[in-house]
Design a protein around this ligand. Structure first.
Ligand code: URA
Length: 205
């Protein structure tokens, strides 16, 4: 079946979109990954949450944010009474990029070309869901949505507007917070994340 439309002009159904994402060969990442991981959540969600790419668990289960980063996300969301099932949760890149090391698969950051190729699908998800607000977690999501992945620490927590009028808020990626060893730094980042998520949720109502 032909693409019903493309990227930001996507006009097919949600199921068609998931099927097209699952069959994607736009960049080489599909060769190594188990499967593509499309976004999930209500088709009319007012809030879209965008991460980087599926991790090891997400790649195996075919669902976004079900591994350790997802567990941290769920804990912090619970602390601000936010129910993740009300949002559309997705990733900037739909296939897991990794380097095999023995029996482990080490996460690799997607490069700008991979982010750019996959923006087609993120734009199609945006066209389908038409969220009022997007919460972009981390540099990859920020790059996909703004073209600029620099310095989340100094850009987070502010509301800006995308070209189609959607409100955008940047925040830390849960995996970044998981890597913070300093307990004060980690507590500060978690507090910032809770504030950013609560702001995105408030604005979307
Ligand atoms: N990290 C992400 O960015 N997305 C996921 O789905 C899981 C981990």
């Amino acid at each position: 079946k032909q693409l019903a439309a493309f990227g930001s002009r996507w006009s097919g159904s949600r199921d068609e979109l998931s099927a097209q994402i699952s069959a994607c060969t736009r960049c080489p990442l599909y060769c190594m990954a188990t499967q593509a991981v499309p976004g999930e959540g209500p088709s009319q969600a007012a809030l879209m949450i965008v991460g980087e790419q599926p991790g090891d668990q997400e790649d195996l289960q075919g669902r976004p944010f079900v591994g350790p980063a997802g567990q941290l996300f769920d804990r912090l969301a619970g602390e601000v009474d936010f129910a993740r099932t009300t949002a559309f949760v997705t990733n900037a890149v739909k296939h897991f990029k990794f380097k095999p090391q023995g029996r482990r698969r080490l996460h690799q950051r997607p490069n700008t070309s991979e982010i750019d190729q996959c923006k087609w699908w993120l734009d199609a998800e945006r066209a389908t869901v038409q969220p009022k607000v997007i919460l972009a977690m981390g540099a990859t999501a920020a790059t996909a949505l703004t073209g600029d992945g620099r310095g989340i620490g100094t850009r987070r927590g502010r509301v800006s507007t995308l070209e189609d009028g959607t409100a955008l808020i940047l925040t830390y990626h849960p995996s970044y917070m998981l890597r913070l060893r300093d307990t004060d730094q980690r507590a500060q980042a978690e507090e910032a994340f809770r504030q950013d998520l609560a702001l995105a949720h408030r604005l979307s109502r």
